[in-house]
Design a protein around this ligand. Sequence first.
Ligand code: SAM
Length: 306
Amino acid sequence: MLSYRHAFHAGNPADVLKHCVLVHCLDYLGRKGKPFFAADTHAGAGIYALETPARREEAGGRRAGQEWAGGIGRLLDAAGRPKAAAAGLPLLSRYLEAAAGALPFEGGGPGAAPRYAGSPAIIRSLLSLDQRGKQGRAAFFELHPADFALLAEEFGKGRRFMARQEDGLAALKALLPPPARRGCIFIDPSYELRGDYGAVKTALAGALRRFPSGIYIVWYPLLAGTDKPEKPGREYAAGLLSLYPGNRCLVELRTGPAPERGMYGSGLVIFNPPWTLKAALEESMDTLAALLSDGRGGWDLEWEPR
Ligand code: SAM
């Protein structure tokens, strides 16, 4: 039984990192003006109402969380505009622009709760931006019944988007390779179940065999004091990286020193990252880490081949 609800975490530092990279990869695929495919194996509800001190009540079934204040909130000024430090860096400013642009208009307006665009909203928006009318397709998977209901209501309509209450990792088998032969596979598990780490590795190995040219983005937590036998963190990431000898990278963002227990940051393993991502991360991560950690955190980037 899954109990994780992303609404409590939406817009937190982990979301900022993963969505910065997701936006960059989708923009890169979109540049060629040819259709591409996106799969979001762990989609969540899609759009989240953010809790503010003035709004502690439930908002339309999307129960709000406050972690965004320490995440995307640190990139914005009091008026909700990008802070100068973020505005000057394309990776961060483009993320803020894309995240805002991904929200459907209805429900906005004066007095409305601020909302955060999850990965399905970002994907739908960037697939639809194709100027030449060659639009791509996307598949979204979510197992939690309540989050799936919200996801399906907003993202289950139309021929180009598919939302299923299925195991997103198992679903990759039938989806890959996509007919477009170009695509981004976003794997963002909550790692709630004991077998999740192993399941990601197994699914990824199969997916890379079927679709070796795809861009894959896999999120993982940095956890201290865990008694989990799967050893999340760098060791887990190294196991994933070993699956594929081609272009690959790892980026980690620590929001503080490792505590005795709990999450102190997160990372992404990316296969076939756009070549433009390296410079974008190198110029942005100092600022991102400083904004999200009050100077107590840090970051790492490993790029293979160097
Ligand atoms: N990707 C979302 C975003 O960036 O906005 C957030 C996803 S959240 C971190 C992970 C989600 O995966 C949860 O909503 C959880 O219910 C769902 N989930 C867990 N295991 C799953 C599986 N095997 N297949 C599909 N969804 C799963």
